[in-house]
Ligand binder design. Structure first.
Ligand code: PHE
Ligand code: FE
Length: 297
């Protein structure tokens, strides 16, 4: 596996102290600095999701959690996870302060590095926080990186991101919607029933229940252009979930060159987050109960 040593740029004062910041946004995971409370927050969140997710999350996700030996023994060390991850799929977890510029994020993915916020939420933020923390990034995203097909999809997404970035903001928005409705909020129609694979869902107790059990949201068959032209909510649970059959379907659908798709989508208006179209394969038509009247992203 190829690893690059990030170039150290400078030290920077952040909310969380004085830390070295690299051009890649990568820092050392300051494992020794986690407080007892930090470890307890991890344990609490982990136990809660570990109890809730069997029968809800897809088997590939659950297998990943088991294989890492993620547990309630405090916050994992990235260096230990990387032993398992590197051997399995050549991916690597790197610690970052938080959200990265798009092109930096894409470059990490394209090189099979997954950026994880090293800091964890506070005990009064167990159910909601507005930016991704360690629990979301690590528990939500990393278990599926042990799955070979999903691992390749994420790398392809990173490469596709560099390309969309070069094309322009509209292409980038189309691609971001794909990430949102698959990597973050995807559902899978498995032989055992509807299952979750999206990181934004598996890392949230409330949405792990709502996404599968609530009559409110639409659950629609995945279609690449449909997804890329659908706006989304960042402030509430989703109004629509898109359902794949398996990771092969997802990977195959994203294999073609998106350039003509971006050109086509630029000519047509986007769909609202809650729309159901004639052409949709409808698993569940949402009751729209409790939906905010305000516009979506
Ligand atoms: N095939 C896409 C393109 O040509 C790249 C891509 C692959 C995007 C996988 C997302 C996921 O741009
Ligand atoms: Fe995420």
């Amino acid at each position: 596996m190829e690893t690059t040593t990030p170039r150290k740029v400078e030290h920077q004062q952040t909310d969380r102290g004085y830390v070295p910041v690299y051009a890649t946004g990568v820092v050392e995971q300051p494992w020794a600095d986690y407080s007892k409370t930090d470890h307890e927050v991890w344990d609490t969140l982990f136990k809660r999701q570990r109890e809730l997710l069997p029968g809800r999350a897809c088997r590939e996700f659950m297998a990943g959690v088991e294989r890492f030996g993620l547990g309630d023994g405090g916050i994992p060390k990235f260096s230990e996870l990387n032993q398992v991850l590197g051997a399995a799929t050549g991916w690597e977890v790197v610690a970052v302060e938080g959200l990265l510029p798009d092109e930096v994020f894409f470059d990490h993915l394209a090189n099979r590095r997954f950026p994880v916020s090293w800091w964890i939420r506070k005990p009064d933020q167990l159910d909601y926080l507005s930016e991704p923390d360690l629990f979301h990034d690590l528990f939500g995203h990393v278990p599926l990186l042990l799955n070979p097909v999903f691992a390749d999809y994420m790398q392809a997404y990173g490469r596709g991101g560099m390309k969309a970035f070069a094309i322009g903001p509209d292409a980038l928005m189309n691609l971001t919607r794909l990430y949102w409705y698959t990597v973050e909020f995807g559902l899978m129609n498995t032989p055992e029933g509807m299952r979750i694979y999206g990181a934004g869902i598996v890392s949230s107790k409330g949405e792990s229940i709502y996404s599968l059990d609530s009559p409110a949201p639409n659950r629609l068959g995945f279609d690449i252009e449909r997804v890329m032209s659908t706006r989304y909510r960042i402030d509430t649970y989703q109004q629509t979930y898109f359902v794949i059959e398996d990771f092969e379907q997802l990977f195959d659908a994203t294999r073609p060159d998106f350039t003509p798709i971006y050109a086509r989508l630029a000519q047509a208006p986007a769909h609202a987050a809650g729309d159901v179209l004639e052409s949709d394969r409808v698993f569940t038509r949402g009751s729209r109960e409790g939906w905010a009247a305000s516009a979506d992203t």
